[in-house]
Write a protein that binds this ligand. Structure first.
Ligand code: ATP
Ligand code: MG
Length: 355
């Protein structure tokens, strides 16, 4: 029996998270040996209205007993200012549950308009450090102003998390085209990126069959735009990864095409790259692809972790159904189609039920 949490979040999260759950449930129907207990847990603005806080303690407690969960996007920019109960839940959930690696694939589809074809790469982003240190380390956040005309931000890089993300990247590469590219800027951040690169090299030694390269992050930005086909798995620190994963989504059709899975030693969390997209929320315009494929990555990961071939096969079937529906063209406007979120989701479920 697996316990999976559903945290819808804000804005388009209320549309795309239920879409992902619907698709996972349709896929799992073909595998009656897999039992899942789902739990709907409040988070984000709807929770603020209901419970007076965006991240209730009982949600955090409930997550501890989950195998994994789906977390929707959070529109924290619009949260009431100066209310300590209206915090952005994302970074706290990532840190408390030690979700150090954020796995973000970018894949092109022949029938989806994109500036590149034949793209199939994964960017692994360190998730919990790099531009804002752990809140416990410093009072407040890692940013401060010694005087009103000077702002300082502390950049934290640890060997522990650098090695952990490198390990994630090499393990993924082992099952793919067997190449890892480390993106860094150790000519400028001699200590921070220096430690990151050293950690990646150390882990790389355990994977002699995987090709290894180190690229300056600025050079990599140009190469990704010109020749993304040369990459397999890329690994980098938090802020570089934040920016470049939006870039890699742009190569294959945009943010609606960018799924993600956050993993740590104990927990895993499906979380798409995109934000809460308030501009299109409530209109059935959101592309559910990113969230559905994030959910697919979650059950695939649990399948590998618990050596459960049914979960792995269910994930594989979602992959095929999504490809079929994309080929048929039942897709949202950002992908060049006319379908609503609901229609695209139902088409994927129908394809799953047929096969
Ligand atoms: P955040 O700071 O939370 O990352 P953001 O400011 O980067 O948020 P998003 O909410 O990701 O912004 O939206 C950026 C643009 O991409 C918006 O115009 C939005 O409509 C579009 N977008 C994001 N996600 C999707 C989606 N699933 N389907 C279609 N369009 C999307
Ligand atoms: Mg963003």
């Amino acid at each position: 029996m697996y316990q999976l949490g559903i945290l819808k979040g804000d804005d388009i999260g209320l549309e795309v998270v239920p879409a992902a759950v619907q698709v996972l449930q349709a896929a799992l129907q073909g595998f009656p040996d897999v039992q899942v207990k789902w739990a709907d847990l409040p988070v984000g603005y709807p929770s603020y209205l209901q419970n007076g806080e965006t991240l209730p303690q009982h949600t955090m407690e409930a997550l501890k007993s989950m195998d994994g969960w789906i977390l929707g996007p959070i529109g924290h920019a619009a949260y009431p200012k100066n209310d300590p109960k209206a915090i952005n839940p994302h970074p706290i959930i990532r840190r408390v549950f030690d979700l150090h690696s954020n796995i973000r694939p970018s894949r092109s589809y022949p029938s989806v308009t994109s500036i590149h074809k034949n793209v199939d790469l994964i960017l692994v982003r360190e998730n919990n450090e790099g531009f804002q240190p752990d809140r416990n380390l410093f009072a407040g956040s890692g940013e401060f102003m010694p005087n009103p005309d000077l702002a300082m931000s502390v950049r934290v890089i640890s060997r522990r998390n650098s090695e952990a993300v490198a390990e994630t990247a090499f393990r993924l590469a082992q099952k793919r085209k067997k190449k890892v590219s480390v993106l860094h800027k150790n000519t400028v951040f001699k200590l921070g990126c220096g430690l990151f690169v050293e950690s990646c090299r150390n882990i790389g030694e355990k994977f002699p069959e995987v090709e290894y390269e180190e690229i300056h992050v600025d050079t990599a930005a140009a190469l990704l735009v010109m020749n993304p086909q040369k990459f397999d798995v890329l690994v980098t620190t938090n802020m570089f990864g934040d920016i470049l994963s939006d870039l890699t989504s742009g190569l294959v059709g945009g943010l609606g095409m960018a799924p993600g899975l956050c993993i740590g030693p104990k927990y895993s969390m499906a979380q798409a790259t995109h934000g809460s997209a308030p501009d299109i929320a409530g209109k059935q315009l959101a592309n559910p692809y990113a969230m559905i494929m994030s959910g697919k990555m979650l059950i695939e990961w649990l399948g590998i972790k618990y050596n459960d071939s049914s979960l792995m096969m269910a994930a594989q079937r979602i992959d095929e159904a999504v490809s079929t529906v994309i080929e048929l063209g039942t897709v949202t406007p950002d992908m060049g189609g006319k379908a609503m979120t609901r229609e695209m989701t139902e088409a994927i479920c129908a394809s799953l039920e047929k096969n």
